[in-house]
Write a protein that binds this ligand. Structure first.
Ligand SMILES: [Zn+2]
Length: 255
């Protein structure tokens, strides 16, 4: 290397370090932010009332938690009045123009909230996978694939709940449980946790109360809500999305 003196090597190294520093300092462009969620799903058209398809289904999974008080929101791939309401509430909650259409602004916000693995910004798969230390999604009452699909729906509702509560951290104490795990913790072995439809939440470091979680959860399309005053639910709020009924009981919270 006859032309590369030690001094030149030094300036090359300095340039390299500067480049690295800039790479960390320069904030990602909006395009780069949107691409983060593209690892999960990308919408290729705007959606509004009357639309049908898998892109509507993907939208519904992410806005279900905004369907309103005491709703059993159907994720059916059909953009009807309930979806319009959910989109309107989502838009209002995130400071967007409220029109009930899933246009560029709304889809960009949803994309911003989702991670490459499809989980919402503030909940992760590792928080909801197999209980009893087993991890994974096997041994439940439905296939592992269905368990994950159900967990995704529960996590997006939990994200809505968290945002409703002022974006405070909520702790997941139980998500999916295999049938044997469910029995070992006193469950029936076929409860909603074994379907991946249920999530148990508690405050984090006293940042809120069980009753506040239960109260706000009534607006987030969880069809079962069990909290303080219901047997064995004084130390967590159980929320699930079983499709066939709405049942709430948290007597100590007046619910
Ligand atoms: Zn539970």
């Amino acid at each position: 290397m006859p032309h590369t003196t030690p001094r030149r090597l030094g300036s090359l190294a300095a340039a390299l370090l500067l480049g690295l520093a800039l790479a960390f300092l320069v904030p990602p462009s909006p395009q780069a932010t949107a691409a983060t969620g593209d690892g999960c799903y990308t919408w290729t058209r705007n959606l509004t009332a009357g639309a049908t398809g898998t892109d509507v289904t993907q939208l519904q999974i992410r806005v279900a938690g905004w369907a309103g008080y005491r709703t059993n929101f159907a994720i059916d791939g059909s953009y009807g009045p309930a979806t319009t309401t959910a989109v309107r509430n989502f838009q209002s909650a995130y400071g967007l123009t409220v029109d009930g259409h899933a246009g560029p602004q709304t889809l960009a916000k949803i994309t911003e909230l989702q991670k490459d693995d499809c989980s919402p910004a503030h909940f992760s798969w590792s928080e909801v996978d197999g209980g009893c230390g087993a991890g994974g999604y096997a041994g439940g009452s439905v296939s592992a694939t269905q368990v994950k699909e159900n967990l995704l729906r529960a996590m997006w509702r939990a994200e809505a709940l968290r945002h409703r509560m002022g974006d405070i951290p909520l702790r997941v104490t139980s998500g999916f449980r295999s049938q044997s795990c469910d029995r070992s913790v006193g469950g029936s072995g076929t409860g909603q946790h074994t379907y991946g439809r249920a999530i148990d939440l508690t405050p984090t470091n006293g940042n809120t109360t069980f009753c506040a979680i239960a109260g706000q959860a009534r607006y987030t399309s969880f069809t079962t809500l069990l909290g303080p005053g219901y047997p064995d639910h004084d130390d967590h709020v159980h929320l699930d999305i079983r499709p066939d009924r709405i049942f709430w009981s948290a007597p100590s919270c007046g619910i």
